[in-house]
Design a protein around this ligand. Structure first.
Ligand code: GDP
Ligand code: IMO
Ligand code: MG
Length: 423
C-alpha cells in the first residue's frame, strides 16, 4: 500500500497524532488536508511530548516531507510559533510546505468567532475560538485571503483593505466590538509573510509526484467524523470535512489515489464543546476515565466529556469513510474497571435504532442499549502482541470488531510510539 489516510472516527482527540507518528516511520510524506489550529495532536517520543496544531505529525522524522494542504486554514502566527518551538527542539523544518491556496486565518476571524459565540449565549457551539468557522465562511463567500495573496505585499494590502471595512462593520455594528486597525494587521501579517514565503508552493504537485513515484504517503485527518460539517452532529461540528472525502479536495488528490483508510478511535468516547452524546457518563466512572486518560483539551484545556464506546458511531464512520481498518487507542485507560459497557443500539420512543441518526433532533433522547463485559486489571503499556493482553481486554477488542464489522488493526496501550500493538 502506498497511500493511507487516517481519519478520526469519533468526535476528535482519538490519538490521531500518535497513530500517524507510528505509521510515519515508514512514510515519505505526511499531508494535512483540512482544519487549522483548532486541532491539537500529541506525539510522545523518547519521553518527550510534542503538541502539534498545524504541522503534520510526521515532522519528527528527518526524511519525511510534511504538507499543509489547500483545504487547511492557516494562522501564520501559530504555524510560525510551531516552527520556532520545534526548531528549538532540534527538529528540521526544511521538509515543510504550505499550499499557496490555503486560506489565512485573520484577526477578524478570531474576533468574529469569539463575539459570535458570546452573542449566542446558552446556544453557543463551544468552538475553540480560533477563527475556523469565519475563515471557512470567507473562503466560500470568495473573499478569503490565501497564502499566495499574503506573500504578495501589494495584493495582500488590496485584499485586506477591501475586506476589512465589512468585517469591522460586523464587529462594531453587529456585535458592539472594537474595530481592527488596517496598519496594525498589515504590519504584523507582512512580517509573518516574509518568514513563511519559503514554505509556500503548489503542494498538489508534490503530493501527486510522490504518489506517482511509489512513495508511501500518509494523509493525517484532524477533528473527527462526527465533527464533519455535512455528516457530523450539525450544528455542533467544525466547518471543514474531517471525513475521507475531505482528503481529496483538501490535498488535491483524486479518490483513486488513496489505497487505504484507517479510522482512529478511542476504547471509549470523548467530546469537547457542546451537542448530544448518548453514552456520556456523568458519574464516578466518567471522572475516573477523564482523570486516568488525562482527558483535558490540548488546545483549550477544557475537560473532555467522557462516555462508553458507541458501536453505532463506529459503524457510521466505517460507512461514510469507507474504512479498511480501525485503530483503537487508550485500551490501557480502561484497565481496573470491574466491567466495561458497549452501546450496540439506541432506544427512542419504544423504537430500537441500529444506525446513527442523520440529525441531532433525531439523536436527542436516544437511550443507549448496552452490552456489559467483564473488565480487566493491570498495566497494559508493556504489551507488544495481542496475546500479551489480559483475556478480558482481548475479548473486548474482539467484541468491538464483530460489532463494527471492520478489522481492528492497531491497539494503543500507551502514549509513546512504542506502546502499540499491530495485528
Ligand atoms: P488527536 O487530536 O487525535 O491527535 O489526539 P490528542 O493528542 O488530542 O489526544 C490524545 C491523547 O491521548 C494524547 O495525550 C496522547 O498522547 C494520548 N494517547 C494516544 N494514544 C494513547 C494510548 O494508547 N494510551 C494512552 N494512555 N494515551 C494515548
Ligand atoms: P483534533 O484534531 C476535538 C470541536 C470544538 C467545537 C467544534 C467547533 O485535535 O481531534 P471549531 O473551533 O472547529 O469551530 O469548533 O469542534 N473541535 C474539536 N474537538 N478535537 C479537535 O481536533 C477539534 N477541533 C474542533 O471543540 O465543539
Ligand atoms: Mg486533539
Amino acid at each position: 500500500m502506498s497511500t493511507v489516510a487516517l481519519v478520526g472516527a469519533q468526535w476528535g482527540d482519538e490519538g490521531k497524532g500518535k497513530t500517524i507518528d507510528i505509521l510515519a516511520q515508514e512514510a515519505e510524506m505526511v499531508v494535512r488536508a483540512q482544519g487549522g489550529s483548532n486541532a491539537g495532536h500529541t506525539v510522545v517520543y523518547n519521553g518527550q511530548e510534542y503538541k502539534l496544531r498545524l504541522i503534520p505529525s510526521g515532522i519528527l522524522y528527518e526524511n519525511t516531507d510534511c504538507i499543509i494542504g489547500c483545504g487547511c486554514v492557516v494562522h501564520p502566527g501559530v504555524v510560525l510559533k510551531e516552527i520556532e518551538s520545534l526548531t528549538a527542539r532540534g527538529i528540521k523544518m526544511d521538509k515543510l510546505r504550505i499550499d499557496a491556496r490555503a486560506n489565512v486565518i485573520m484577526p477578524y476571524h478570531i474576533a468574529i468567532d469569539t463575539l459570535a459565540e458570546q452573542s449566542r449565549g446558552a446556544n453557543d457551539i463551544g468552538t475553540t475560538k480560533n477563527g475556523i468557522g469565519p475563515c471557512y465562511m470567507d473562503k466560500d463567500e470568495r473573499v478569503g485571503i490565501r497564502m499566495r495573496d499574503l506573500i504578495d505585499e501589494k495584493l495582500f494590502a488590496a485584499k485586506l483593505k477591501n475586506v476589512l471595512k465589512e468585517k469591522n462593520d460586523i464587529i462594531v455594528k453587529l456585535y458592539g466590538g472594537k474595530a481592527l486597525d488596517f496598519d496594525e494587521i498589515y504590519k504584523e501579517y507582512s512580517a509573518f509573510a516574509k518568514k513563511l514565503a519559503p514554505f509556500v508552493c503548489d503542494t498538489t504537485v508534490l503530493v501527486y509526484n510522490a504518489i506517482k513515484s511509489g512513495k508511501k504517503v500518509l494523509f493525517e485527518g484532524a477533528q473527527g467524523t462526527l465533527l464533519d460539517v455535512d455528516l457530523g452532529t450539525y450544528p455542533f461540528v467544525t466547518s471543514s470535512h474531517p471525513t475521507a472525502g475531505g482528503f481529496c479536495i483538501g490535498a488535491g488528490v483524486g479518490p483513486t489515489l488513496i489505497d487505504e483508510v484507517i479510522g482512529v478511535a478511542k476504547s471509549y468516547i470523548t467530546r469537547v464543546g457542546k451537542g448530544p452524546f448518548p453514552t456520556e457518563l456523568f458519574d464516578e466512572v466518567g471522572d475516573t476515565i477523564r482523570n486516568r486518560g488525562h482527558e483535558f483539551g490540548t488546545v483549550t484545556g477544557r475537560p473532555r466529556r467522557c462516555g462508553w464506546f458507541d458501536t453505532l458511531i463506529l459503524k457510521f464512520a466505517v460507512r461514510v469513510n469507507g474504512l479498511t481498518g480501525v485503530a483503537i487507542n487508550k485500551l490501557d485507560t480502561l484497565s481496573g474497571l470491574k466491567t466495561v459497557k458497549v452501546c450496540t443500539a439506541y432506544e427512542k420512543n419504544g423504537e430500537i435504532l441500529h444506525d446513527f441518526p442523520a440529525d441531532i433532533s433525531d439523536l436527542e433522547g436516544c437511550k443507549p442499549i448496552y452490552t456489559e463485559l467483564p473488565g480487566w486489571d493491570g498495566d497494559l503499556s508493556g504489551c507488544k502482541k495481542f496475546e500479551d493482553l489480559p483475556e478480558n481486554a482481548r475479548n473486548y477488542i474482539l467484541f468491538l470488531e464483530k460489532e463494527i464489522e471492520c478489522p481492528i488493526k492497531m491497539i494503543g496501550v500507551g502514549p509513546d510510539r512504542n506502546q502499540n500493538i499491530n495485528r
